[in-house]
Design a protein around this ligand. Sequence first.
Ligand code: FES
Length: 106
Amino acid sequence: MGSITFVEHDGTEHTVEIEPGKSLMQTAKDNGVPGIDGDCGGECACGTCHVIIAGDWIKATGVASDGELQLLDMTPERADTSRLACQISTTEAMNGMVVRLPEFQM
Ligand code: FES
């Protein structure tokens, strides 16, 4: 069992257990991590689950689809390592991963 740490815009950290196979968005919501809305329920249709993956951990999250990239293009706080959390399936290989939350979801 491993853990992932979400860091809010103000620096507040939330370390949560990985449940392999659950999306990063659902993992955050199920653990009460604020700052991820997930309005479309994980259908890659709203863009309100934007997160910024810290450093090299981006490699562990896989490749974003064209649809995800289009939504990210509309995200004001987009960074080089931005992803939509609903499109990331968590694995134990993500133990120790740090995920930063933007100040606002669009
Ligand atoms: S929850 Fe809507 S795009 Fe991720």
